[in-house]
Design a protein around this ligand. Structure first.
Ligand SMILES: Nc1ncnc2c1ncn2[C@@H]1O[C@H](COP(=O)(O)OP(=O)(O)OP(=O)(O)O)[C@@H](O)[C@H]1O
Ligand SMILES: [Mg+2]
Length: 273
C-alpha cells in the first residue's frame, strides 16, 4: 500500500529533516511511528500523505508516485491526513460546508456529496455538529476525521491526533482509529506518546530523521532495551507486566489494557487456587 524508498528530505533552510527512509506498509496494517520532538515525524507524515514531496528517493501509495502531479486527485482519494491541531484543517464556518469543499474537488454531484456527508456524520456520531469554530478540540478532531472519511480514502495518516485532547477525548479518538483499522483502513499513526503505540501492529522508531528500529507490537517486551536506548519509555502497561513478572507473578504478557491485565491476574489467582 505504502512504499517509501531511500527517501531524503531537506527544508529550504538546508537542514536535512529525513534521510534514507525505507518503509513498506501493507494494506490494512496499523503502524505507529514514534519519536521525540524534531525527529521528523510530521515531515514523514506529510510526505506519506503527499502534501510534501520527497527531495530524493520516492514514496508511492497504492502504486501512485506522490510526486506525480497528474495523479494528485487520485492520491487525495487514496490517502488522507489528520493533523495534531484540528483547527488547521478548518476552512469554512459550517462543518458540512467544510466537508463539501474537499468533495467538490473530486467533481462529485451535489447529491452524491450530500449523501457522503450524511453517511460519515452518522458514522462519526456528529449529526448535531453545525458551527466548526464552536466545537471543542475533541469535537473538531472528530469532524476532521469525518472530513477525511468523506473522501473515502483507504489509508489515513494521523499526526499526533490526540495531542490537544483531554484523557476522554484521547480515548475517544483512539477508539475511533482502532475501529477504522478493524473496518479495513490502513492506519499510519504518528506519536511521541509511547502508550499510544499499543494499538498498532508494527512500531517504527524515528530519531534524527532516520528509522532506527522496527518491531512488531507482540515483540514489545523484547524491545525494552531498544526503546530505552532512544530515551523512550516503555508503555505503562508493559512496565507493570515486567515488574509483576520480576516478582514471580505469571501474567499474560499480551495484555494491552488495564482490564486485560486485571483479568489475566485474576485468572492466574483462580487457576492457582
Ligand atoms: N517548515 C520548516 N522549515 C524548516 N525546518 C523545519 C520545518 N519544519 C520542520 N523543520 C525541521 O525539521 C526537523 C523535523 O521536524 P518535524 O516537524 O518533522 O519533527 P516532529 O518529529 O514532527 O516534531 P514534533 O514532535 O515537535 O512535532 C526539525 O529539526 C525541524 O526543526
Ligand atoms: Mg510533529
Amino acid at each position: 500500500m505504502i512504499v517509501v524508498s531511500d527517501m531524503h528530505f531537506t527544508y529550504p533552510s538546508g537542514k536535512p529533516a529525513l534521510s534514507g527512509i525505507n518503509l513498506h506498509i501493507q494494506k490494512g496494517e496499523f503502524v505507529a511511528i514514534v519519536g521525540h520532538n524534531g525527529s521528523g515525524k510530521s515531515t514523514l507524515a506529510r510526505i506519506i500523505a503527499g502534501i510534501e514531496r520527497p527531495g530524493r528517493g520516492c514514496c508511492t501509495v497504492n502504486g501512485i508516485d506522490t510526486r506525480d502531479k497528474a495523479k494528485f486527485l487520485e492520491l487525495r482519494k487514496t490517502i488522507g491526513i489528520v493533523f495534531q491541531n484540528p483547527e488547521n484543517q478548518i476552512v469554512f464556518e459550517k462543518v458540512r460546508d467544510d466537508m463539501a469543499f474537499a468533495l467538490r474537488n473530486l467533481d462529485l454531484e451535489q447529491k452524491a456529496i450530500d449523501e457522503r456527508i450524511e453517511s460519515v456524520v452518522k458514522m462519526m456520531k456528529i449529526e448535531n455538529f453545525t458551527d466548526s469554530f464552536e466545537l471543542s478540540m475533541g469535537q473538531k478532531q472528530r469532524a476532521a476525521i469525518a472530513g477525511v472519511l468523506a473522501m473515502q480514502c483507504e489509508c489515513i495518516v494521523f499526526d499526533e491526533p490526540t495531542a490537544m485532547l483531554d484523557p476522554k477525548g484521547k480515548k475517544d479518538i483512539q477508539g475511533i482509529i482502532t475501529d477504522l483499522n478493524k473496518k479495513g483502513f490502513t492506519i499510519v499513526y504518528v506519536t511521541n506518546v509511547i502508550d499510544e503505540v499499543l494499538a498498532a501492529d508494527r512500531i517504527f522508531i524515528l530519531a534524527s530523521g532516520s528509522i532506527m528500529h522496527e518491531f512488531k507490537r507482540d515483540a514489545l517486551l523484547d524491545n525494552v532495551e531498544k526503546l530505552k536506548s532512544f530515551s523512550l519509555e516503555m508503555p505503562m502497561i508493559m512496565d507493570i507486566i515486567v515488574r509483576l513478572k520480576e516478582r514471580g507473578i505469571d501474567v499474560d504478557a499480551s495484555a494491552r489494557t488495564v482490564s486485560e491485565l486485571v483479568d489475566s491476574i485474576t485468572n492466574v489467582g483462580r487457576n492457582g487456587a
